[in-house]
Ligand binder design. Structure first.
Ligand code: ADP
Ligand code: MG
Length: 337
């Protein structure tokens, strides 16, 4: 007999978890994105010790029936992709069916979910269902992830300070809130509220919640269009600057993406307006045919491949440059006649 064996699922999930679950913020990301995909109008996140002790996400979305609840922790279990051709028109944030399986492999999980018809609670440890009971029928899902990395001590050691881990979560929640002004978000850390948005679709309210009222008042709206792309968003007047490039946010078809090229496109727009080593606060929403974008680059889905990238980058630079130029032009004193 040869030496090669196919790994059992629990072991392969734990290995795959390393890619999906890097730190507490990755858990928050996956759980909140699932809540968004489930059509939630209100999503609350409660953290203890920056999520290392526990992370709870409560939503009022579609919930799951009992059989889906039993299925959802299996690897590659997803309700979002049924056919190969679905891959080319992904509109949901998730689609790999890996997140819950990965999280359950490296933490203790408690879930309560209801679709309004059945209610289920599950306790999962080490990827295995340990308890399965009925629950009340209030529609939505509440998942609590505790003792993250309890069975992968090497990963636990790698965690930075609580402040750093909390910083990553705040960064993520700010972006999710900016991206979804129609959803009310609440983030609470050790009983202290860190973020609250009202979910009434008003981006100005979200900007104020994220960047403070004074900064939000100095952000100018813009919009622009090219053959294949439409963009809109807010660009801060050059008088408010930041030492980091992290205050530029880009969303492509409702997904937060990180892109050096887009950051450079914005930097070009502000060229001559900003002191050296200072960066603007900018939020850019990009819409395009999903066929022009490939999000299936990395499990965390932060990177994206875009066709016709040059067209998009010039659209960003030109639109923001014009907006900044007009908004910061010194008003001309009228000549007396
Ligand atoms: P994916 O999001 O890629 O489909 P996940 O492992 O994150 O994979 O979730 C598996 C499935 O569990 C989802 O496809 C969805 O059907 C269900 N699910 C997970 N979280 C929720 C939630 N908060 N509300 C409703 N359904 C959920
Ligand atoms: Mg998911």
């Amino acid at each position: 007999m040869g030496n090669i064996q196919v790994m059992d699922e629990l072991l392969s999930n734990r290995i795959a978890a390393g890619e999906v679950v890097e730190r507490p913020a990755s858990v928050v990301k996956e759980l909140v994105e699932n809540a968004i995909d489930a059509g939630s109008k209100s999503i609350a996140v409660y953290l203890v010790e920056a999520g290392l002790t526990s992370i709870q996400v409560i939503d009022d979305g579609a919930g799951m029936d009992d059989s889906d609840a039993m299925q959802c922790f299996a690897r590659h279990a997803t309700s979002k992709i049924h056919h190969e051709h679905d891959l080319f028109r992904i509109r949901t944030l998730g689609f790999r069916g890996e997140a819950l399986a990965s999280i359950a492999a490296v933490a203790k999980v408690h879930m309560k979910t209801s679709d309004g018809q059945t209610g289920t609670t599950l306790v999962i440890e080490g990827g295995e269902i340990k308890q399965h009971d009925k629950a009340d029928l209030r529609q939505g899902t509440a998942i609590t992830v505790s003792q993250l990395f309890y069975n992968t001590p090497a990963r636990l050691k790698y965690m930075k300070t609580l402040q750093t881990e909390l910083g990553h979560i705040m960064d993520l929640m700010n972006r999710l809130a900016l991206c979804n002004p129609d959803i009310a978000f609440r983030l609470v850390h050790n009983d202290q509220e860190q973020l609250y948005t009202n979910g009434r679709g008003n981006i100005a309210q979200v900007l104020a919640a994220v960047y403070g009222v004074a900064n939000a008042k100095k952000m100018v709206p813009f919009e622009g269009e090219s053959h294949d792309y439409r963009i809109h968003g807010f660009a801060a007047l050059p008088e408010i600057t930041r030492a980091s490039k992290n205050y530029m946010s880009f969303f492509v078809n409702g997904r937060w993406v990180k892109s050096f090229l887009m950051q450079n496109a914005v930097t070009d727009a502000y060229h001559t307006y900003l002191p050296i080593h200072r960066h603007p606060i900018v939020v850019v929403y990009i819409e395009s045919d999903p066929q022009l974008t490939d999000v299936n680059v990395h499990p965390a889905k932060h990177q994206i491949r875009m066709s016709k990238e040059k067209e998009l980058l010039s659209l960003i630079t030109d639109t923001i440059r014009t907006t900044i130029h007009q908004a910061s032009r010194v008003p001309q004193i009228e000549q007396p006649k």
